[in-house]
Design a protein around this ligand. Structure first.
Ligand code: ADP
Length: 272
């Protein structure tokens, strides 16, 4: 029995997407349960989607802009941005005694730009299963990143009786991506993403959304970037055919500004 809907099934169903829905007026999603797991709960309940909730996986090389698109799409689809990289960055901000041994190991891999081992990543995902079954849906960014992770996700979703809606694969030549990464800045508080030339904050080094200070990620430095690109080619690129075979893949050019890419995504993936 087929355990996923193809993208065409989804587009032929009676789903609606608010152009300027209530999502525009609501504060950002509460991602406490995702970022902290354990007993942590989101204080703000998930927004009720119009129609069925979207459950999307974002693919693409590191630095291609998945995080930026994820934020824009989440506002539009009233769903939650679940980034595995954000889990690691949140853990990095904890005091050393608050970090578990496996999280400390994971952070060492991350600093070098290498992939965190599948067993560690899957352990983190299993601690956050309720985010995958959340009625508001989800937008996964940075997971799955290897074929074993994708196979494990498939098994988890099957057990939860949850179907993926689509896998959006962003594409851009590697040298252009490297230029994007070198200008990327992230908010130390709310994790919003900026770029010094293509998406600058209104005030230099200050987040427009929360006033937090902006910083360059350790793994955005040149020596880590090379390792990340190799890991992408070897381990993550094979996911394109994995999801193509399941009829879920939509490839989208990541040329142009974040807004242009978002408009392209809307037309191609959401149909408006
Ligand atoms: P980017 O996509 O720009 O590389 P992310 O925020 O998704 O950034 O990930 C940052 C780092 O976190 C990765 O380089 C890797 O070390 C680690 N990481 C995140 N998600 C995964 C994953 N699913 N599997 C293995 N490592 C991961």
């Amino acid at each position: 029995m087929r355990t996923w809907f193809t993208y065409n099934d989804r587009m032929n169903s009676k789903l609606t997407f608010p152009k300027h829905g209530p999502a525009d007026r609501l504060p950002k999603h509460d991602r406490t349960a995702w970022l902290k797991a354990g007993a942590a709960r989101c204080e703000q309940p998930p927004r009720t989607p119009q129609g069925e909730a979207w459950r999307i996986v974002l693919l693409g090389a590191p630095g291609i802009g998945k995080g930026t698109q994820a934020e824009l799409l989440c506002d539009r689809l009233s769903t939650c941005h679940l980034s595995t990289g954000d889990i690691f960055r949140t853990a990095k901000c904890l005091q050393e005694h608050e970090q578990t041994p496996s999280m400390k190991d994971a952070l060492t891999f991350m600093r070098q730009g290498a992939l965190v081992p599948d067993t560690t990543v899957l352990g983190l995902i299993r601690d956050r299963l309720r985010c995958l079954r959340c009625s508001g849906g989800f937008l996964l960014d940075g997971f799955p990143r290897t074929v074993p992770q994708a196979e494990a996700l498939e098994r988890i979703l099957q057990a939860e009786n949850v179907q993926l809606s689509a896998v959006l694969n962003y594409e851009l030549p590697i040298e252009r991506i490297v230029a994007r990464i070198s200008g990327r800045r992230t908010c130390s508080q709310c994790k919003a993403v900026y770029h010094v030339t293509t998406r600058p904050p209104k005030v230099a080094d200050v987040c427009d959304q929360c006033g937090g200070s902006l910083f360059q990620r350790e793994d955005d430095r040149p020596e880590s970037v090379e390792v990340r690109m190799k890991a992408y080619e070897t381990s993550t690129r094979p996911l394109i055919s994995f999801y193509q075979q399941r009829g879920l893949l939509l490839s989208i050019s990541a040329e142009g500004s974040p807004e242009e890419i978002y408009q392209r995504t809307r037309v191609l993936a959401l149909g408006n």
